[in-house]
Design a protein around this ligand. Structure first.
Ligand SMILES: Cc1cc2nc3c(=O)[nH]c(=O)nc-3n(C[C@H](O)[C@H](O)[C@H](O)COP(=O)(O)OP(=O)(O)OC[C@H]3O[C@@H](n4cnc5c(N)ncnc54)[C@H](O)[C@@H]3O)c2cc1C
Ligand code: FES
Ligand code: FES
Length: 465
C-alpha cells in the first residue's frame, strides 16, 4: 500500500509503485493542471512539489512527476497546481499574469509550482535563487523576459518572509491555502518507508524512468529513494561517508562537503536542473555508468571508494575500479551501493571541476573533468585527474596524474601532462561533438584547472604559445 497526501487529500493506493506519479495525478485523480510535455525530465511542465517531514516541519522541493515512480511519493506531501489554487490568485500567480509571463499557459502550472517551492524554502530568497528555481522549466511562448520580471517581483515580495516559519508567513500572505498547517500532523500518521526486497533497485528514477518506463511499471521494484539508512552524510575520522540515496541537492547543500570542498555548491549547479538534482542520487549516477556522469567525474578525482553490500557481506573498492567497460560495472548481481567514502581533502589541497555542455543548465556534458592536488613547497605531492566524454567509462587519468606528482606547477609541466593525457583517452564522434573536438575540449579543461588554481603562475598565452 502506498500512502501519501496529495494536496489536501490522503491517498492510500494499491497502484503499481513503478507507474509514474504524473499518470496517477492526471488519470488516477483527475487533476489535469499538471501537464505532460516531454516525459523525460526536460521541460518541467509536470513539476510538482514534494514535502518531506523533518521533525515537526516539512521541507518542500520541486520534482518532475513524469520520472517519479509512484512508490517514491510514499509518506510525502505532493502538491500540484490544484493544491496551491485558492479563491483569488496567489502572489506568484498574480506576478505571472501581471508581467505577461503566461501566454498559451501550458508551461505555467510548472513555473508556478517551481516558484512557489522557491518561496517555501526556509532561507532568505533572492532574484538569483528565484531564477535558479525555474532552471528546469521551459517555455515556448514568452521568450523568458516576462518570466524573469515575474520572478523579480516575487523575490521583492519575499524579502519580508519569515525564514524561521515560512509556511505560516506564506499562508498569512495568501501564497498558500491554510490546509498546509495541518499537513505535518497528518504525515506523522504514515509509516515512513516501504521496503520491498527485489532485485530491481530504483532510486530517484531520473535514469530508469527515462530508459525503461514501461518495464518499471510492471516490475517488482526495490525503492531506495526514501531509505533513511542510505541518506546520511557524515564525517568519520579521516573520511566523509555519503549514503548512496543522497541526491545532488543533499550533497551540494551539505555543510561537511562545503567545509572541505568549498566550491561544491557552484560545481553542482552545473548538474542538470533543480528538480533533477532534487531527485537523482549519487549511486544512480554511478550505476547508470554514463561516461559523462558529473558525479562520477567529481568523486573519481576525490579518490572516493564505493561500499558494496550483499546481505551481511560488505566490500569496499576504489570508484576507479568500479567502471570496467562501457556500462560494465564491478557490481555483483545481488550487490547494491550502500555508501561512498571520500578521504577528507588535506588542508594544503586544491580541487576544481569543469564542464562544457551545449547549454549551461539542464544539459549533460560534452566533456567534463575534475582535478585534486596536494601541494607542498610548490611541489605537487598528490594528483588525481578525471575526465568524462572522452572514453567509454568515466575515466581516472592515472598516467597524467602520476606524471604530475613530484613536479612544480609550470606551463611546461602542464603542456607535457596534456600530451600524456591525450594518449590515455579514446573519444568517439557523436552528437555532442567530433572526437577531435573532444580532445581539444579536454586539453582546454586541463588548462582551465591550472589557470583557475594557479592564476599567478599559469597563463593561457604561455600554454598556447
Ligand atoms: C533531464 C535530465 C538531466 C540530466 N542531467 C544530468 C547532468 O547534467 N549530469 C549528470 O551526471 N546526469 C544527468 N542526468 C542523469 C541522472 O539524473 C543522474 O545520473 C542521476 O544521478 C541518476 O540517479 P537516480 O537516483 O535518479 O537513478 P535511477 O534512475 O533511480 O537508477 C539508475 C540506475 O542506478 C541503479 N541504482 C540506484 N541506486 C542504486 C544503489 N544504491 N545500488 C545499486 N544500484 C543502484 C538503478 O538500479 C539503475 O540501474 C540527467 C537526467 C535527466 C532526466
Ligand atoms: S513532462 Fe517534461 S519534465 Fe516531465
Ligand atoms: S506560455 Fe506557452 S509554453 Fe510557456
Amino acid at each position: 500500500m502506498i500512502s501519501f497526501i496529495l494536496n489536501n487529500q490522503t491517498i492510500n493506493t494499491e497502484s503499481h509503485p513503478g507507474t509514474t506519479l504524473l499518470d496517477f495525478i492526471r488519470y488516477g485523480q483527475n487533476l489535469p493542471g499538471t501537464k505532460i510535455g516531454c516525459r523525460e525530465g526536460d521541460c518541467g511542465a509536470c513539476t510538482v512539489l514534494e514535502g518531506t517531514l523533518d521533525g515537526n516541519t516539512i521541507k518542500y522541493k520541486s520534482i518532475v512527476s513524469c520520472l517519479t515512480p509512484l512508490g517514491n511519493a510514499h509518506g510525502k506531501h505532493i502538491v500540484t497546481i490544484e493544491g496551491i489554487n485558492m479563491k483569488g490568485l496567489s502572489p506568484v500567480q498574480k506576478a505571472m499574469v501581471e508581467n505577461s509571463a503566461t501566454q498559451c499557459g501550458f508551461c505555467t502550472p510548472g513555473f508556478v509550482a517551481s516558484l512557489t517551492g522557491h518561496a517555501m524554502a526556509g532561507e532568505n530568497t533572492s532574484y538569483d535563487k528565484a531564477i535558479a528555481s525555474v532552471s528546469g522549466n521551459i517555455c515556448r511562448c514568452t521568450g523568458y523576459k516576462s518570466i524573469e520580471k515575474a520572478a523579480k517581483s516575487i523575490s521583492v515580495l519575499l524579502e519580508k518572509k519569515d525564514v524561521e516559519n515560512p509556511i505560516n508567513w506564506l499562508i498569512e500572505n495568501d501564497f498558500l491555502p491554510a490546509y498546509f498547517l495541518g499537513i505535518p500532523g497528518r504525515l506523522n500518521q504514515i509509516e515512513p518507508t516501504i521496503i520491498v526486497a527485489t532485485k530491481q533497485i530504483i532510486a530517484g528514477g531520473t535514469d530508469l524512468m527515462v530508459q525503461r518506463p514501461e518495464e518499471i511499471a510492471e516490475t517488482n521494484i526495490n525503492l531506495f529513494y526514501n531509505r533513511q539508512d542510505l541518506k546520511e552524510i557524515k564525517e568519520e575520522k579521516d573520511r566523509i561517508r555519503i549514503g548512496s540515496a543522497c541526491n545532488a541537492t543533499d550533497i551540494m547543500s551539505s555543510e561537511i562537503l562545503q567545509k572541505y570542498i568549498p566550491g561544491t555548491g557552484a560545481y553542482f549547479k552545473l548538474v542538470s536542473s533543480e528538480p533533477i538534482r532534487n531527485m537523482g542520487t549519487v549511486a544512480g549516477n554511478f550505476v547508470n555508468a554514463s561516461p559523462i556522469g558529473d558525479l562520477s567525474i567529481f568523486f573519481l578525482a576525490l579518490n572516493a571508494n564505493v561500499l558494496l553490500k550483499e546481505s551481511n557481506h560488505t566490500r569496499e573498492i576504489p570508484l576507479k575500479n568500479f567502471f570496467l567497460g562501457y556500462k560494465k560495472l564491478n557490481l555483483k548481481e545481488k550487490e547494491y551501493i550502500d555508501s561512498i567514502v571520500v578521504p577528507i581533502p588535506k588542508p594544503y589541497s586544491m580541487f576544481n571541476f569543469e564542464k562544457v555542455s551545449k547549454r549551461t543548465y539542464l544539459d549533460i556534458a560534452s566533456v567534463n573533468s575534475a582535478i585534486y592536488l596536494e601541494l607542498k613547497g610548490g611541489i605537487i605531492e598528490s594528483c588525481s585527474i578525471s575526465a568524462g566524454g572522452t572514453s567509454p567509462i568515466p575515466k581516472y587519468l592515472g598516467e597524467a596524474s602520476r606524471y604530475l606528482i613530484g613536479k612544480k606547477v609550470t606551463n611546461g609541466t602542464i603542456i607535457k601532462a596534456n600530451e600524456i593525457l591525450q594518449e590515455e583517452i579514446s573519444p568517439i564522434s557523436d552528437i555532442r561533438g567530433s572526437k577531435d573536438y573532444k580532445r581539444l575540449l579536454l586539453r582546454q579543461l586541463l588548462f582551465a584547472h591550472f589557470i583557475k588554481l594557479f592564476p599567478e603562475n599559469i597563463s593561457i598565452n604561455e600554454l598556447l604559445s
